[in-house]
Structure formats: structure tokens, C-alpha cells
Design a protein around this ligand. Sequence first.
Ligand SMILES: N[C@@H](CC1=CC(=O)C(=O)C=C1)C(=O)O
Length: 335
Amino acid sequence: MSVAKQFTGDERGRYVRAAQRLRLPFWDWAKLPLETADSFLRVFADQEVLVSTPTGRANITNPLKSYVFRPNEDHSFMNANETARRPNFAVSGILQLRADLWAALSSAQTYPDFSTEARLDGASKGTKSLNPSNLEAIHDHVHVLVGGHMSVVSQAAFDLIFWLHHTNVDRILAIYQAVYTDEWVSQSVEAASSMLYTSGTVTDGNTSLQPFRSRAKSGFWTSNALRSTRALNYTYEGLGEENVTSVINGLHTAGTSVAGPDHEVLGGLAKKTDEVHCSMLRLDDGQAAGPQIKLTKHFASFQLDAGALNGSFTIFLSAGTSTRPTPRSGGRVEA
Ligand SMILES: N[C@@H](CC1=CC(=O)C(=O)C=C1)C(=O)O
């Protein structure tokens, strides 16, 4: 806002209004980039960007490319003084994310199954069926695909791409909610210990989400208080549509077709609004607008300790001959 107010003439009003409406932008990693086949979007990769400043157009160092650590910040990871990523964001990864996301959104899962991979632990104890198409796992995959600082929990948020990624996760959750209006956080037992709860703690929609304080009496936000993004005064494009399933089918069909030119790769700003209408159709009620697609998915399930290697890892599984190089020891194995 302070920068917006430095503009003069007509531009001042325009930038002040924009600053008032500004919310975090999202990066829709499930859309194929239009501009280049096998790399990060230019907005993340270019060294410099041309921006309007109160004193005219100027090239500045691109803040979305990397974050330069300040002297008092611990940048011992990779011994780098700025954040780094893998050289490109492979199209094969995008296709996988796209298919997984579409499967997760269209498979009519309960909220706990859709939202977290912790339920997979429950499955091992015979309490729940196994469904690997969940948002947390898809989200993890993006962290690993981006690589570098983004693949390490304690470092990830230094890279600004983290915030655009997480806004997209928030948007996907909002899309799920718009379709599955009756589904929500239910009582569950924490599978693993975290900063706040030891494993075995029972949590539900009224559990406080520390450290996120709210002005309400409880002192902290709860899932129930945040059931609608309206509580925080924002929404996403398409969620006010009569039929949000057509939005899903339009954006994330299981096929491999490239998104049309009308699809912005870097999504629009989340809009500020006071009114959102969410009377949506279920994908499975036969009224969905999209084409009927029959999918066969093959799942391989592994049980392992996610913290075993003290960081992210990837398991490559190949049917037939692997086209992947053998992972180096100490290199990437996959998650
Ligand atoms: N599989 C990784 C992915 C990852 C998730 C994150 O949330 C993160 O911040 C960084 C990396 C992990 O859980 O360690």
C-alpha cells in the first residue's frame, strides 16, 4: 500500500484499489505451461522483471527467482546464500500431478481421506481403506519436484514459490469444499507427533490451530471457524459458478491435452468478496458437465517412515524396464 500511494495521477487510484484487493496469487502447477515445454515458468526463472514503479518502468531483480538470505539467517543448507531449485519442472511431473489431482477431486472422498495422507497409517491398522489420491501427497510431490530448498521442510518457505504453491493448495481445498458441501473435518486421532500434539491426541473441527490467532474468544482459529474462505474475506474464481464441477472438469481432466490459451497458467488473484454462492453439484450425481471418463489407476503402496532419511526422498517404481538412472547414494531416492 505504501508503494501504491507513491504513484501520482490516475495511476494512484488504480494501484491503491489494487493493493486493497490484493491477495496471494496462486501457481497452478497442474496446468501445462504454454510458453515452454520443460522448464519453470518464465515468471519464476527470469533473472529480472520489468515492473511499473512510481518513477516509471524499471527492471528489477526477479523476487520470484530466488531468495537471498540475510546475514543473520541460517543458510547452511546446501551452503548457498540464496535459494535454489532443480533446473526445470518437468512436463512428465505436471502430467502426473494433473492426473492425481483430477482423481482426488473426482473420487468423492470423505474430507479426511481427501485432505491427508495420515489416513494411510490408519489403513495399515485396518481402520480405513487405502486411497493414495490425497491433497497432502500431491502437495508433497510438488515440493519434491521443485527441489532444492523447497524439498526441505525447514527451508521450503524461504523460496517465494512456496507461497504461490500453498495458495494453490488452499484453492484446491476450496474447490473440494464447493463440490462436497457436506464433507468436513471429523474427529480423528493424530497419527504422528507434531510441534503441537503428541501422536494419539484426538483432534476435531474445534481444535485450535496454533499459532494462528484470531480475535474470537478461543484465541486461535479453528477448522470450523474457517470452513468458508469468506471468514478471511477472499474467494477464488469459478467458485461462485452454478456448477463448479464443470470448472474442475475444464481445468483438470485426466487426459493429457494442453490447457487452452484461455487458461492462465499463473492463476488470477484471489478475489475479495463478501458473497460466495456454493450450491454445487456432486461429481457423482450424474449431472456433472464434463465428459464421462473411465480411469484405471494402479497403486503400489509402501509403508515407510517418512522421517527415515532426515529429509525428502523419492521412490521410483517401474513396471518393466526403468528409464530412470539409478539414484546415486545420498542423492534423490523419491517421495
Ligand atoms: N515429502 C516431503 C515433501 C515436503 C513437504 C513439505 O511440506 C515441505 O515443506 C517440504 C517438503 C516431506 O514431507 O518432507
